[in-house]
Design a protein around this ligand. Sequence first.
Ligand SMILES: *Cc1c(COP(=O)(O)O)cnc(C)c1O
Length: 228
Amino acid sequence: MNLKQNITKIKSDIKNYCHQYSRNQSDVLLLSVSKTKPLEQIISAHEIGLKHFGENYLQDALPKIKKTAELNLNLIWHFIGAIQSNKTADIANNFSWVHCLDRAKIINRLAQQRDESLPPLNCCIQVNFDDDDDKNGLTDYDKIVELGNLINSKKNLRLRGIMGIGKNHNDFTAQKKSLQKLKNIYKNLQKEFDVDILSMGMSGDLEAAIATGSTCVRIGSDIFGKRQ
Ligand SMILES: *Cc1c(COP(=O)(O)O)cnc(C)c1O
């Protein structure tokens, strides 16, 4: 695995897809998913030019966040895993973003527990847009709006958008068809909320995600190599 080559490749893929699908590259945030990967690789990735890092497991993430802060690296941490209610205090106070909100209880706790000195926590609601039994997230549009309003009612939370995980199709057309469902939900939400994040697209469906309008791609294995 060559981190520098991988990052160069991903960045040039994003650039090329943006060109191909008439997107502004500055509208697509690259979130590097560093779950299970060691601190050293995160530091190297930062030196090569990555800034946003996504983690799924709190206990794995906290030491990395602490160490990189001690080194004065200005990283932006996104929590992209399922949130258990006994973990909300640490998530509220160590991350700048959460991507997987689908319960009022968690939203209330994050708002209650985020320290007043911190800027608002950036929030995305997770949507299960392809009726996938294995995935978390809301399926009901009205419920998404309800949680959006709840988030916006908290002064230390800020609704940024929605996130979803595409079905594992290995066919470009099928991927696009799947992701288009999330895009349509996002378009409707834009009429009700001031949102700018459509968080979709991973290593396996990056091109389809950019083609469909993603504004945040979450890339793990194509940057850091396969996970164990
Ligand atoms: C692990 C993970 C990713 C990254 O997946 P890759 O296929 O390795 O790019 C993206 N989003 C979520 C929510 C994840 O859990």
